[in-house]
Design a protein around this ligand. Structure first.
Ligand SMILES: [Zn+2]
Length: 392
């Protein structure tokens, strides 16, 4: 569902030209991703729209590009998002895909889906053509089996890199493992890998109580640690480009570590990169789910057309911070967003605006805690073995 012919911004063209010179003609794989541990907000949307713009730029330059959104649904619950009942502390350390919907009236299958589904719906409304991958499904279907085996076989080298790049201020434990098995309690923590059994694609581990267990990494019975997983998924998905926020690209941060792990252990070139700046709300600071400072894409789509939201979120240059002034910003942006379609639709009322260029009519009803009652939304499913020329 491509809604509109997007004008390709200059910064995206420059980024794509640079990518073609450093990573070849393609086909390219542009990846974005997020952990659905709380509301996925307009700041997160910036990353996806940066990826989309680079995909469009690559296509404009005659290259083939695939666009994926990697939802980190297997990630453990680390914080309780605002509005989530206190009782959810019991699920701390459990995969977001295995924690129940925090809305007692909700009909999402998990905590991850509760936050991911509305975002996916917004992407669909905006006509963003992206394949949404759920990491727990990738692990369960064995997509990461080979890179996990590779990581476990190079545990010492990965540990060394982690120590050199990220561990200046802390010592990485001797028993550190790139793979985190899921304990019988469901927690992805407090386990110690004792032995790798490559022939069984699994590890023998000990939990926090000294109880031994076995985790099969071809079946999603655990996951790679975050920094290793980043490098491993670049290789597994054959990613050639990924935008990152400044929280990841700081010195000694996750991209510094993953770059070395990719080169030295996985023998895969680190993807091209665009560092985007955060979106801040004037007077409140950077948008943050854990602090409850968010604007949700779905709410914005209730009051502005998708192309206005797209331009608002990207700004002139997403490498620069965007300060949204809630008092003044929206009316101006909406004005800009509606002016163009109106001017053209006068002369061609029959062809425009398309449904995707105007704000949605009517608001979806929601339960008090924000769970969309119109659910489950349509889901594009993905199977590793389904047709196609590549591993998608
Ligand atoms: Zn829900």
């Amino acid at each position: 569902m491509s809604s509109i012919d997007l004008p390709v911004p200059d910064w995206a063209m420059r980024t794509a030209e640079n990518l073609l010179s450093t990573h070849g003609e393609g086909p390219h794989v542009v990846a974005t991703g997020i952990s659905p541990s709380g509301n996925i907000h307009v700041g997160n949307l910036r990353e996806v729209l940066v990826g989309e713009a680079v995909v469009k730029a690559l296509e404009a330059l005659g290259s083939e590009a695939r666009f994926v959104f990697h939802a980190d649904t297997i990630d453990p619950l680390r914080k309780i998002a605002p509005g989530v009942p206190e009782s959810f502390w019991q699920y701390m350390g459990h995969s977001l895909s295995q924690v129940p919907d925090p809305d007692p009236n909700g009909c999402h299958t998990s905590y991850a889906e509760h936050f991911l589904a509305p975002f996916e719906e917004a992407l669909e409304i905006m006509g963003v053509e992206v394949t949404v991958l759920r990491s727990h499904e990738l692990y369960e279907r064995g997509f990461y089996t080979e890179v996990t085996r590779e990581a476990l076989e190079h545990t010492d080298e990965l540990r060394q890199i982690l120590q050199e790049v990220a561990g200046r201020t802390r010592l990485i434990e001797d028993y550190w493992s790139p793979y985190i098995p899921r304990a019988a309690s469901g927690e992805l923590s407090n386990t110690r890998v004792l032995e790798h059994k490559p022939e069984l694609h699994g590890v023998v581990f000990e939990d926090g109580y000294g109880k031994k267990g076995f985790a099969d990494y071809s079946k999603g019975e655990g996951k790679l640690g975050w920094r290793v997983e980043l490098a491993a998924r670049w290789k597994a998905l054959r990613v050639t480009f990924e935008p990152f926020g400044k929280d990841h690209t700081s010195r000694g941060g996750s991209t510094d570590t993953a770059d070395r792990m990719a080169r030295e252990v996985f023998h895969y070139p680190p993807p091209g990169r665009f560092e985007y700046e955060w979106i801040q709300i004037k007077g409140r600071g950077a948008m943050s789910s854990s602090r409850g400072i968010v604007l949700l894409p779905n709410d914005m789509l209730d009051i502005m057309p998708p192309d206005a939201l797209r331009r608002m979120v990207l700004g002139r240059d997403p490498a620069r911070a965007l300060d949204l002034d809630l008092a003044e910003g929206f009316p101006r942006i909406m004005d800009e967003g509606t002016r163009r379609p109106r001017a053209t639709s006068k002369s061609s009322a029959g062809t425009s605006p398309t449904p995707a260029t105007g704000p949605r009519s009517g608001r979806r009803s929601r339960t008090a805690s924000g769970c969309a009652t119109r659910c489950p939304p349509k889901r594009r499913t993905w199977t590793p073995d389904s047709g196609g020329t590549s591993r998608w």
